[in-house]
Write a protein that binds this ligand. Structure first.
Ligand code: B12
Length: 237
């Protein structure tokens, strides 16, 4: 069966989790619009382009039926640019699927494609979106990157997993700049990841003094998460 073939190929390629979502638009557009209208996206004006398209895989592959969501743990992505590494692995999975269904079409996405990767990963059961906004997998936490294969293959979708954040607010409290303004909402203007990766020009003193020399990105909110410390280890999935 194609689902099994894809699942095996993804595991063989080194992805620790793989799940399938229907290629239907996700209903996150209102939240995305709200985030954009409050200027929480800082100077990432590219995020303002095509919010409806970002929610709909059809915008990237006409006739899309399924989104295969794959997760690669950081340690396997270290060294080279993770975009290349994930794309190569997705290619291997797509090639395996193509060997079973030669007429099938595929669009590979890693980070830069105009699609909301996290909501699709949630629907595919890779994990839930934590209060720090990243996807948390019950078994390995959130230190992973995502990649997707959008395809016109009709695959059996997986269901979402329960959100296990509960009353925990460790990530919110740990952020030294208060960038998590409410659960799941990041004010990027204050996010040290944004300031050290994307921001151009001088950095406000109150943020600059917290940033370490040579810092690129920030994992403070993820380091605070019990799921990244094995404290809430869950073997269900
Ligand atoms: C823009 C971007 C950034 C920006 C903005 C971050 C952000 N949270 O959006 C910056 C540069 C700051 C950034 C930082 C990081 N990023 Co980034 N980023 C992206 C990118 C390109 C788009 C994300 C996006 O759509 N943001 C738009 C906002 C509106 O989405 P959101 O914050 O998730 O909000 C949604 C939900 O919270 C929900 N929502 C909002 N309010 C509410 C309220 C309720 C009640 C509910 C139920 C839902 C809800 O609706 C919103 C819309 O979907 C994706 C790749 C992609 N194409 O998707 C990678 C991506 C999200 N980033 C990733 C990573 C790894 C990081 C960093 C960890 C890197 C680092 N080490 O520094 C940090 C984490 C910082 C953080 N806490 O978010 C990974 C996440 C993997 C994972 N485990 O989830 C992705 C998926 C890239 C990838 N291919 O792996 N990133």
């Amino acid at each position: 069966m194609m689902n099994e073939l894809i699942r095996r190929a993804a595991k063989d390629a080194g992805f620790f989790a793989v799940g399938i979502a229907r290629a239907e638009p996700v209903p996150e557009k209102a939240r995305l619009d709200d985030w954009l209208s409050r200027d929480l996206c800082a100077a990432m004006d590219w995020m303002r382009r095509g919010p409806a398209e970002r929610c709909d895989p059809q915008s990237l592959l006409d006739g899309a039926r399924s989104v295969v969501c794959c997760a690669l743990a950081y340690r396997f992505a270290a060294g080279r640019d993770y975009h290349d590494i994930v794309r190569e692995k997705l290619r291997r999975v797509a090639d395996a699927a193509k060997s079973g269904e030669p007429g099938a079409r595929f669009k590979l996405c890693v980070d830069t494609s105009p699609i909301l990767e996290k909501p699709f990963a949630v629907r595919a059961g890779i994990g839930w979106q934590g209060k720090n906004s990243v996807v948390i997998n019950p078994n390995i936490g959130s230190f992973f990157v995502l990649g997707e294969i959008i395809t016109d293959l009709e695959l059996e979708p997986d269901g979402p997993v329960p959100d296990k954040c509960g009353d925990c607010r460790k990530c919110i409290d740990a952020c030294p700049t208060g960038a998590i303004v409410s659960p799941k909402v990041i004010d990027v203007r204050r996010c040290l990841s944004y300031l050290t990766i994307e921001h151009k020009g001088p950095i406000d003193d109150k943020f600059a003094k917290i940033i370490k020399k040579g810092q690129y990105g920030c994992d403070i909110c993820q380091n605070a998460c019990p799921f990244n410390k094995g404290e809430n280890y869950d073997t269900a999935r």
